[in-house]
Design a protein around this ligand. Sequence first.
Ligand code: NAD
Length: 289
Amino acid sequence: MGKSGTHERLEARPIDDDSLMFVDDDHFVEETVCLVTGAGSGIGRATAVAMAANGTTAVATDVDESGLAGTAELGDEIGVDGRVETVAGDLTDDDDIERIVETAADHGTLRYLANVAGMQHIDAIEDFPMEQYDRMHDVMLRAPLYLAKRTIPHIRATDDGVGAVGNMASVHGHYVTSDKVGYNVSKFGLRGLTQSIAAEGGDGLRSFSISTGYVKTPLVTEQIPDTAEQRGISVDEVIDDVMLGQSRVTEMMDPVDVANLFVFGFSKHATHLNGGDLLFDGGMTLTYE
Ligand code: NAD
């Protein structure tokens, strides 16, 4: 049971025609571009593929080039209706951010931006390294703002002004756990950014956030066997007691479930979702036993 993926409850559901949600939307065509960050892995990869499966051109970006190649391959395997294009870049670098948005806009009409890239660091406040805190804010808070700042003019320049910025928040944007101050503050901030974009948006341009509990991605599944070993408990006990202790749903979420929320959030069915948060946490933050 040493490595992630060797326990069946950590195996993510495949991304395919069965698990993907398909939405009929006049804007979900190849000319429309959806820029997705963190798209070399986990939720970002699933979101890029889901938007491409729904007919758009998904421009997948990540610092991890081999991860991006895997995302493009997955798009080919599924036979998406749209396209998956890739552009590598580091979200801590403003020049890279500018290049990423320009590349996305060169592929068609840029209407959607999914800010998904993120990272975790565990340390008590007294020990939290400030350079790590700054890096987390750069990737999870500053980059989403700068990407939005560069993307919004493209949305405003479209014929009908329709577009949206979707931000991947977390239950940690609603309540917090100890030893995650960089993550907690970033996710609370990201919800503030979402509402700020909504305030300046209007009839066409919207923003929304998505808050989930634990999702089966490398960010989480790679820690679980180590946590089990550290605490001297089984992988099942980590999943049931540590990850899902306060959730009423007894299994972790799959990346494709989150990708489907982005598809919905970007679609015409979410016209009134503006500044709001899609809290899909299995009851974690709103119930207790
Ligand atoms: P992941 O580790 O699978 O993917 C994160 C991606 O972000 C990686 O591919 C990584 O290379 C990329 N990234 C990190 N720093 C970058 C940088 N400087 N420039 C460009 N790309 C960079 O993780 P995931 O679980 O898919 O997480 C995606 C988002 O979802 C994160 O914002 C995370 O906080 C959020 N989230 C995850 C969970 C979960 O349980 N997995 C739950 C709630 C929210």
